[in-house]
Design a protein around this ligand. Structure first.
Ligand SMILES: C[S@@+](CC[C@H](N)C(=O)[O-])C[C@H]1O[C@@H](n2cnc3c(N)ncnc32)[C@H](O)[C@@H]1O
Length: 363
């Protein structure tokens, strides 16, 4: 039995079954044994690959998106370029290289990385030191710690890693899905809480789903979305949120575990597999609007990147590449933009100060 499984068993014995959110928090963020705390899970040798790890084109285009937004903001002398959950720092390194052509923006930028994993902070430090030794990034555990001022915020595959709660609609009301210890099987198992007639946590339209529907809410994600949008509305700036998810709130179990690039059992290997859930972009956008910001999208990642010129960028890279590299560039382009790959499943939402015009990719 791993140390984290023993800890979970003890915690359940003392406190009773855990919400799915607490279980996710322990699996991903337990300070000693959590998935993100103990490893770099990205890339071919890890458990999953993200868009910035597939191709430099992704971070480059997002960097240029940020530069255009900065121009629309009136070119403030200083702007915080913030990334939430920056992984290996690859997106930020590619973005900074691309914006070297917009020298006044590059000079205005202060880099902030919001990252809770010490292992990934080290990776980010190494990546940025190797490619941009002049940049002095600052690290924070939460966006609320980033100093005041106009900001451009990027979050790629960040919100899907935040803990969700799951509720089943039964005849007598809502039952929360919980993680318990099954004595007979000597393993973790899902159980349901007692029924409650109403739950103030569950907003429309999810509160009106038919019987036997399972719904998900992400209170931590909504709180972070609110903090982000309130900040942009008060101090200026824009954010780009890219993630897999659905545009409209709908019932369904999207909690998933991934290990070695394969789906795995959510309860089988706590702390050894990535756990994520699809982002409910309708709830997230509503929260941002309530906080005083405006939103654009979500649009598909394929349409967004194409509108920013990924096709032309791929051609330019191919023009000075050998045959093997050309093949890799074409494969990366297809993977990032193809409808049957990441192009449709991944959604892009922009959140920004109400005074800004429609951002690039959403016109
Ligand atoms: C799926 S990875 C995505 C990494 C990167 N954005 C990319 O696209 O390659 C999720 C990232 O979010 C970080 N993370 C997860 N939960 C976090 C939290 N609550 N606060 C800050 N960072 C978090 C992880 O350590 C990791 O860097």
């Amino acid at each position: 039995m791993t140390a984290l499984l023993a800890h979970l068993r003890r915690r359940i014995a003392l406190e009773g079954p855990l919400t799915v959110a607490r279980y996710m928090e322990e699996c991903l963020g337990n300070p000693a044994h959590g998935y993100y705390m103990t490893r770099d899970p990205l890339g071919a040798a890890g458990d999953f690959t993200t868009a910035p790890e597939i191709s430099q084109m992704f971070g480059e285009l997002i960097g240029l998106w940020a530069a255009v937004q900065w121009q629309a903001m009136g070119e403030p002398e200083s702007v915080h370029l913030v990334e939430l959950g920056p992984g290996r720092g690859t997106l930020m390194a590619d973005a900074l290289r691309a914006v070297a052509t917009v020298a006044p923006f590059r000079a205005a930028v202060q880099v902030h990385l919001v990252e809770t994993s010490p292992v990934l902070r080290d990776r980010q430090r190494d990546t940025l030191a190797a490619h941009h030794p002049d940049v002095r990034p600052q690290w924070w555990n939460d966006l609320s710690q980033v100093p005041a001022g106009p900001a451009l915020v990027i979050a790629n595959e960040f919100f899907d890693a935040l803990p969700i709660r799951q509720f089943l609609r039964g005849a007598e009301g809502w039952r929360e899905r919980l993680v318990a210890w099954d004595q007979d099987a000597d393993a973790l198992a899902f159980v349901l809480s007692g029924a409650q007639a109403e739950s103030p946590l569950i907003p429309p339209p999810l509160n009106a789903v038919p019987e036997d529907s399972l719904i998900e809410i992400c209170p931590v994600g909504l709180r972070k979305g609110h903090t982000l949008a309130a900040r942009l509305a008060a101090e200026g700036g824009a954010a780009l949120i890219v993630d897999y998810g659905h545009d409209r709130s709908a019932p369904g179990d999207t909690l998933q575990a991934v290990k070695d690039h394969e789906y795995a059992d959510v309860l089988a290997d706590p702390g050894e597999a990535d756990l994520t859930a699809h982002v409910d972009f309708q709830q997230l956008a509503q929260t941002c609007i309530q906080a005083g910001a405006v939103t654009f999208g979500p649009v598909g990642q394929g349409a967004f990147l194409s509108s920013l010129g990924i096709g032309q960028r791929a051609q330019a890279l191919s023009a000075r590449a050998d045959a093997g590299q050309q093949e890799a560039i074409a494969a990366a382009l297809a993977r990032l933009t193809g409808d049957d790959q990441m192009g449709r499943l991944f959604r892009v939402l922009a959140v920004q100060h109400p005074s800004l015009p429609a951002p690039p990719g959403f016109e």
